[in-house]
Design a protein around this ligand. Structure first.
Ligand SMILES: [Fe+2]
Length: 446
């Protein structure tokens, strides 16, 4: 079992903080203003977030009907920007070491900030967007505005973030919280609350959102559910160099689904089934999947496997090479050794590009370096994590009780070429609606 980071308070860099945060806690002021200090809690400490109050469900789910419905002319998730050739791994390690250590960077609301509401975000848009680029993630903490669907929309619009579809929207594995505000539900379902979601970018070989805004409206009523954040540049910088080179040279392929047919099935029927899935189901996922039998050695298993991709990619804006790979979430070896609540059809795995298998020690190294860089963020109602989806990976810990978190995805607001001109195609929504309605037990964590 893991969760090594969860027993400690991680104090990220703080840009501003309220007086009430200081006066009501036993945590010394010096710790609050420090950077990158992991401080074991003293006896009797009540973390600030314990008392943050949210709105009622009726209040936080309310959309502002005076604003236009954004779902009609919605942008498709942009295509993945691959720039992975000729990366000097030694130079990448050196440049990663020079990057700011705080991820996320924490920005706390003062009483004055909250009085300003929307105005605060309009005034500080450039600063927040710049910090997002520098640190890979910004934790907006203690703000009143994003405590509701309507307020969250005001905030993201103030920051000039441009909504788009989730990269997996057409698969049906994503469900809207509020379609007219282009806000998706996170993995809140009781059936998956004991399922640990490992680190990943919201990305497929084909599509990748530029930014995300993860928001908490209601934290888990019985604890847990910390949001996991890790800097992909730092993971690259710390990975055992021989493994990093091996993965970069051989590349990876990610399997996203298993369909088991009885091994005794006649060959022509197996081929027929494969062709049927290939022609009728796989294209709906908008993922360039190849159907391959028994890649993991299990007789009769048909696996849907993405195309070969590099586990390292240059950040589109900064050019910094980053670990851009969802292996910590998808490796079967790791899933089998932690809380995992998805049925076999939703189980995933990661292979080398030639479909060779990673050894247990290689999987363990990916786990070690990924978890070394995780910050486990205890989100309270109104807390928002802005994430640069090419730089920073995310996940979430298991939780108990009920919770309500949501996420908005965003395209390239300042780059027309990267954004593309694809709009939502309603005909793609058929599978989405079917899966949402009838197959709600499917995993929604990749
Ligand atoms: Fe995700």
């Amino acid at each position: 079992m893991k969760f090594t980071a969860f027993g400690l308070f991680f104090i990220p860099t703080v840009v501003s903080f309220s007086h009430t945060a200081l006066t009501s806690r036993r945590l010394p002021a010096s710790a609050l203003s420090s950077t990158l200090e992991r401080v074991a809690p003293s006896a009797g400490v009540v973390p600030q977030w314990e008392e943050q109050q949210g709105l009622t469900e009726e209040e936080f789910m309310r959309s502002d009907m005076s604003k236009p419905d954004l779902s009609e002319s919605l942008l498709e998730c942009p295509l993945t920007l691959w720039d992975a050739e000729g990366i000097d791994l030694d130079a990448a390690r050196e440049s990663a070491a020079k990057l700011p250590a705080a991820c996320p960077l924490e920005i706390r609301a003062t009483e004055e900030d909250n009085k300003k509401g929307e105005e605060y975000f309009l005034e500080n848009k450039d600063m927040i967007r710049q910090k997002l680029l520098e640190h890979g993630s910004v934790w907006l903490r203690g703000f009143d505005l994003p405590k509701s669907v309507s307020g969250h929309r005001v905030m993201t619009e103030s920051l000039d973030l441009l909504p788009c579809l989730d990269p997996l929207h057409s698969s049906g594995l994503r469900k809207f919280s509020s379609e007219r505000d282009v806000l998706y539900e996170e993995v809140n379902k009781p059936s998956l609350r004991q399922h640990y979601i490992g680190l990943h970018c919201e990305s497929t070989t084909k599509r990748t959102a530029a930014y995300a805004s993860f928001v908490c409206f209601k934290k888990a009523t019985e604890g847990g559910g910390r949001f996991l954040i890790a800097d992909g540049a730092k993971i690259l910088g710390d990975m055992e160099p021989n493994l990093l080179k091996k993965l970069y040279d051989r590349k990876v392929r990610i399997s996203v689904s298993n369909l088991d047919v009885p091994p005794s099935t006649p060959q022509f029927l197996k081929e027929g089934f494969k062709n049927l899935v290939d022609a009728a189901v796989a294209p709906k996922f908008d993922m360039d999947l190849e159907m391959i039998y028994e890649a993991d050695g299990k007789p009769g298993r048909l696996m849907a496997i993405e195309e070969t991709e590099s586990p390292i990619n240059r950040h589109p804006v900064t050019g910094q090479p980053v670990w851009f790979c969802n292996a910590h979430n998808h490796l079967r070896y790791l899933r089998d050794r932690r809380p995992c609540g998805v049925p076999e059809v939703g189980m995933t795995d990661v292979f080398f590009g030639d479909l060779g298998h990673l050894s247990p020690s290689e999987c363990d190294e990916i786990k070690r370096v990924s978890e070394k860089h995780i910050t486990a963020v205890p989100m309270s109602p109104g807390d928002v994590l802005l994430v640069d989806n090419y730089r920073t990976l995310h996940g979430r810990d298991v939780f108990n009780g009920e919770r309500y978190h949501a996420v908005g995805w965003f395209s390239w607001d300042d780059n027309e070429k990267w954004r593309g001109d694809e709009l939502r195609q309603r005909e793609k929504d058929g599978l989405n609606q079917f899966v949402n309605k009838y197959m709600d037990w499917l995993p929604k964590d990749f």
